[in-house]
Design a protein around this ligand. Sequence first.
Ligand code: PMP
Ligand code: GLN
Length: 381
Amino acid sequence: MRAFGTTIFAEMSALAVQTGSINLGQGFPDTDGPAAMLDRAIHAIGAGANQYPPGPGMPELRRAVSDHRAEHYGLAYDPDREVLVTVGATEAVAASVLALCEPGDEVIAFEPYYDSYAASIALAQARLVAVTLRPVAGRFTFDPAELRAAVTPRTRAILVNSPHNPTGTVFTREELTVIAELCRERDLVAITDEVYEHLTFDGVEHVPMATLPGMRERTVMISSAGKTFSVTGWKTGWVCAPAPLVRAVQTVKQFLTFTASAPWQLAVAYGLRQEMGWVSALRAGLQDKRDRLMEGLSAAGFEVLRPSGTYFVQTDIRPLGFADGLELTRRLPELAGVVAIPTQVFYDHAERGRHFVRFAFCKKDEVIDEAVTRLKRLSGS
Ligand code: PMP
Ligand code: GLN
């Protein structure tokens, strides 16, 4: 694992603290989740939910997840056999890849990809095959022919992250259909990272892969409370999949962490049942923040790509006279007192992402405004 070093999020958040810069790098909100849900966690601790929960997760949360899937997506998952609570989506992805891949197997992921994918695939001694998302008319998408050509007899799974970090693309039903057809034809599992499932904008709808024809039986669907309820520090996620797949993932999960923390599970169960209205307001608020940051970044001289979901905006730095995002983000604290994430670190073909930098907008308006004021120094505007 030496090659993996320190994650870009840890590096850039440390740089922000060290330099006193505004942190628009690592994606975490600077406001709290729904108050009643936070109270539930405190209450759960007081009421004695402090010992190991069952390995698959607390029944209250598994039932709430199952009901939420049915209500929002029309998907039926048996809470006892088809839902597994994990330590965030990160563990869910790792346990899924470790469970489903043999050494030498190939896993397709769309680059730029969330950094833990490459590490999880390496832990499984499998191989990540990257299919590149490129901006077409201002939106990152893939070439179906390129995806098709990436499948080999060793391909075991496709990791699909939609809404997609770091590009903000929400895959359309057409794009998902291309992926689904390939999964069915070539007998592949879809591991779907849907942590931003509720954070979509402009009326764009998140379509879960498992709702496509023939896909429920071959999809490992992953979610997390972190993004849905602005509690990224709770590290509470879950997997929904057919029983044999969940069993395989749980076999691995039990030796990674055995189970997930108890108080958060009870609070998240409450959140899924009672706080989806709060989540709708969060989504609307985030859309305004997206617009605010996009406008500011444009005024500061960046070329800005409009995301349909997530916390993140991609910018092209070339109009400002910069060519290398890694170099720029390492200097950005000194140049402007702001921290951002160089997108190129999420590519196998780094040169394809060299000129992109990611900014997070899940921050208070005044923080966004101050960051924009500072970034205007880059062009002297
Ligand atoms: N997948 C994606 C695409 C993410 O952006 C993140 C970061 N929140 C995760 C997974 C990890 O989620 P968690 O904090 O629940 O482990
Ligand atoms: N998901 C967050 C992001 O993309 C970071 C999570 C982490 O620090 N590993 O910014």
